[in-house]
Design a binder for this molecule. Structure first.
Ligand SMILES: Cc1ncc(COP(=O)(O)O)c(C=O)c1O
Length: 469
C-alpha cells in the first residue's frame, strides 16, 4: 500500500484509537495536527488557536507551557536521568510517594508508581488477587472475581478491558479475562432499571452490587472497581449516596473497594480527589492523567497499610512493575505539578468556574431543544444530545460528530462519546473562557436550516484555508 505523505514526509505513524482511513485525509485540517500549546489553548500549524476543551486527553490540568515543570525535568535529567525502583530507589520516587500519601484521604500508606492509568489499574487488579491469595483465612483464597460497571473505562490492558465487558472488545480481542462480572452503571438520565429518578429509585443500581455478590457466591468475589464519574461512557455521575452504599456493601462482604480516580483526580471535579471525604474510603486508589498534567507519563496505585501488610514477610513481594515504574524525571515533574495544583488552588478554581459553566449550560437547555441533559461536576461536564427531548431519543453519532467539527472550526475542542459532548477544559480557565465555551456551543447547537447552512459554510472555509496552507 502506498504510504501517505504529510507535507512531503511519509506518514508511518499508526495512531491509537483512530480510524486511519478517515483520519489521514484530514491531516492539515483544523486541530488534527497540533504544533504548540499555551495555557488553556492549543494551536495548529497555521497558527489557529483552539480552547483545549478536552485538556488534550483530560490530563492537562495546569495548562501548557509551565516553565517550572520544564525546569524540574531538566534539573532531574541532568542529575539522574534514570534509575529504576526494582530493588533500588531514588529520592524523587520517595518524595512523590510521600506527597501522594499526604494529600489523599489519610487512608493510604503505600504507593506503587507506574506510567499510565491502565498500568495503575492493572497493578490494582493484580494486587487485589494476590492480597486475597495471601489471606491468613484460607476461605479468602478463592476470591478472584472483579465486579465493575458495564461500559466503564479503566484503560487498555487485558485486565482493564475485561472490566468494561464490552461486546466490541470481546469481538476484537476475545476471549477476555475470566472472572470479570459487570453490573449496570448508575446512569440516572437513562436508568438501566427503568426507575424515574433518585431518591425514589432506592438506588437499585447500588443494591445490584449486593445481589451480584450473592449470586456469584461471596467467597469468590475479590473486589468492586468503579470510576466515581464515568468519563468515556458519557460523564455519568451517580447520586452522592451511591458511593457510601457500594463502599459499605464491599466492606460487609469482604471485597476490596477500588476507586479509579485517573480522570477525576487532582482537582477535575472541584475537589482534589472526589473520594477524599467519603464516609467509606477506598482500599485502593488509582491515579494518573493530571498527576503530571500530561507533561510526562506518570500514574500511581495507592493502597492501605492493611493491604500492604499481606505482602510482608520473607520472600514475599508484589511481583509486578515495568522499566519506567517510578521514573525519576516523571516523578520530579509530577511533584512540581502537584505543588502548582495545591499552591494555586486549582481545584477551587475548577469548582468555581465549573459551577458557573454548568449553570450557563443549563440555562441553554430552554433555548436549544437538542440538549437532553447537562451533568457532571467541576470541570467535568457532559451534555447529552437528543433528537427528541420528551422521548430522550439520542442524537445520531454522525450528527454529534458534525457538531464537534463545528465547535472546532469555531475554536473549541470538545470530547464526544456517542451522543454526549464532554467538556474537560484545563482547570485554570476563568469565567471569560467559560463564556466563550458557552458562546461557541450555543452557535454549534443551533439547529434548523439556516444554522445548517452556516455550519457547512464554516466547514468549507476551514477546508479551503487548509488547502491553501
Ligand atoms: C477512569 C480511567 N481509568 C484509566 C484510564 C486509562 O488511562 P491511560 O490512558 O493513561 O492508560 C482512563 C483513560 O482515559 C480513564 O479515564
Amino acid at each position: 500500500m502506498a504510504v501517505k505523505k504529510y507535507r512531503g514526509v511519509p506518514y508511518h505513524l499508526w495512531n491509537p484509537f483512530t480510524v486511519m482511513d478517515e483520519f489521514l485525509p484530514l491531516l492539515g485540517i483544523g486541530p488534527v495536527v497540533v504544533t504548540r500549546g499555551e495555557g488553556p489553548y492549543i494551536f495548529n500549524e497555521r497558527g489557529k488557536r483552539f480552547i483545549n476543551g478536552m485538556s488534550s486527553l483530560w490530563n492537562l490540568a495546569i495548562g501548557h507551557g509551565r516553565e517550572e515543570l520544564v525546569e524540574a525535568a531538566t534539573e532531574q535529567m541532568r542529575k539522574l536521568a534514570y534509575a529504576s525502583c526494582f530493588r533500588q530507589v531514588h529520592p524523587k520516587a520517595i518524595e512523590l510517594a510521600g506527597k501522594l500519601v499526604e494529600i489523599t484521604s489519610g487512608n493510604f500508606e503505600h504507593v506503587f508508581l507506574s506510567s499510565n492509568g491502565s498500568d495503575a489499574v492493572e497493578a490494582a487488579l493484580m494486587m487485589t488477587r494476590q492480597y486475597h491469595r495471601q489471606s491468613p483465612d484460607m476461605k479468602d483464597h478463592s476470591r478472584y472475581k472483579i465486579i465493575s460497571l458495564r461500559g466503564s473505562y479503566h484503560g487498555v490492558s487485558y485486565g482493564a478491558i475485561s472490566t468494561a465487558g464490552l461486546e466490541s472488545n470481546k469481538a476484537k480481542f476475545g476471549p477476555l479475562n475470566p472472572g470479570f462480572v459487570q453490573i449496570e452503571p448508575p446512569y440516572c438520565y437513562r436508568c438501566p432499571y427503568g426507575k424515574s429518578g433518585y431518591p425514589e429509585c432506592g438506588l437499585e443500581c447500588a443494591a445490584a452490587l449486593e445481589k451480584t455478590i450473592e449470586s456469584e457466591g461471596p467467597q469468590t468475589v475479590a473486589a468492586f472497581i468503579m470510576e466515581p464519574i464515568m468519563g468515556v461512557l458519557g460523564i455519568i455521575e451517580p447520586p452522592e449516596e451511591y458511593y457510601n452504599r457500594v463502599g459499605e456493601i464491599c466492606r460487609r462482604h469482604g471485597l476490596l473497594f477500588i476507586v479509579d480516580e485517573v480522570t477525576t483526580g487532582f482537582g477535575r471535579t472541584g475537589k482534589l480527589f472526589i473520594s477524599e471525604d467519603w464516609g467509606i474510603k477506598p482500599d485502593i486508589l488509582c491515579l494518573g492523567k493530571a498527576i503530571s498534567s500530561g507533561y510526562l507519563p506518570l500514574a500511581a496505585t495507592l493502597a492501605t497499610d492493611e493491604i500492604y501488610q499481606r505482602f510482608d514477610g520473607e520472600g514475599n513481594q508484589f511481583a509486578y512493575g515495568s522499566t519506567a515504574s517510578g521514573h525519576p524525571v516523571c516523578a520530579a515533574v509530577g511533584l512540581k505539578n502537584i505543588d502548582i495544583i495545591i499552591n494555586e488552588k486549582i481545584p477551587e478554581n475548577a469548582a468555581r468556574v465549573g459551577a458557573y459553566l454548568k449553570s450557563r449550560l443549563k440555562d441553554m437547555i430552554s433555548r436549544r431543544k437538542i440538549i437532553g441533559d447537562v451533568r457532571g461536576r467541576g470541570l467535568m461536564i457532559g451534555i447529552e444530545l437528543v433528537k427528541d427531548r420528551e422521548q430522550k431519543v439520542p442524537l445520531d453519532k454522525k450528527d454529534t460528530f458534525n457538531i464537534v467539527v463545528d465547535t472546532a472550526i469555531l475554536g473549541l475542542l470538545v470530547y464526544c462519546s456517542d451522543n454526549v459532548l464532554g467538556l474537560f477544559p484545563p482547570l485554570i480557565i476563568d469565567k471569560d473562557i467559560a463564556d466563550k465555551i458557552v458562546e461557541i456551543l450555543d452557535r454549534s447547537l443551533e439547529t434548523g436550516i439556516a444554522a445548517e447552512i452556516a455550519r457547512k459554510a464554516r466547514l468549507v472555509k476551514e477546508f479551503t484555508a487548509s488547502k491553501l496552507s
